[in-house]
Design a protein around this ligand. Sequence first.
Ligand code: F6P
Length: 344
Amino acid sequence: MTFIFCLQELYLEILFTKNKPMKRIGVLTSGGDSPGMNAAIRAVLRTALYHKMEVYGIRHGYKGMIEGDIFKMHSSDVTNIIQRGGTILKTARSKEFMTDEGMAKAHEQLQKHNIEGLVLIGGDGTFRGANAFFSKYPIPAVGLPGTIDKDLVGTDFTIGFDTAVNTAVEAIDKIHDTAEAHDRIFIVEVMGRDAGYIALNSGIACGADDILIPEIRTDINRMIQHIRSDERRKKNVHVIVVAEGDDFGGAVELKSVFDQQLPDLESRICVLGHIQRGGAPSFADRVLASRLGYAAVLALIEKKYQMMVGIVNNEIKYTSFSEVVKQNASIPKDLQEMIMILAS
Ligand code: F6P
């Protein structure tokens, strides 16, 4: 009889805990930072506070989760940060998190701090980590796409992409002026280890003569012929935008081929690098981050767990972590053709 009574108690306790509204959530930024991450943190915190939740910031992404670098956040922590680049929570790329020991330590820390749900802001590495971790430790979690690379499925834009492309466009326009003045070939290398979205979009926006991206095989002989035929019709300026992860190599490799095969033409390189990751987020990134941060907390309340929140056709869309890590966003075919025609 007592045994049945205990079982009944346990059942009620489980039922109660399951239906109890979430009270304590953690938030972190992970991987490469992106402009707008602060706006997302602000939206998560303020929405969660409105819904009577406590929010714990986890510093340095998964690394801080392992080390227990966790602190209680207050509304004032996010005052005046919507316009700032970087991330007030700091970020990191953690190899340890991908090990069994690392995950166990991270889980222990979450339990120690009574964290019931998580909001993760980051790119493909963040979602790979999330997918592995939550298959082992099924804690409620929601992800936000925060990366300048825009290489995630399940969203039209990622937080930081718009700002990064605008930064690249501003720089390439300036380079165009000096290239024109000297009749030079300029090779501008932009970020994108595995994805060509920044190169593609900044290249189109600046009227680049060639755009080289990891997703399309680079035909160096076609490029040399293109430059030679332009030269014959007295077009001596060439601005080439190359993604750092292009299959042929980056700006340095291209220049060495040009030096050998086009010795009579002057070429210069400019590697934009981490400039693209910093700076005040554009209005588009601030609005995107705010909408996604707000939606992430609602997703936790509505028990839409282990999902990335994105925006597709201006509507909130949820994609499971396992789907997000399965595929990369692809480059639309019509754009590839358009670039060839417009740059001719
Ligand atoms: O965040 C994505 C990204 O900016 C890539 O485009 C780039 O290749 C990489 O991060 C650089 O990372 P890190 O700052 O760790 O060298």
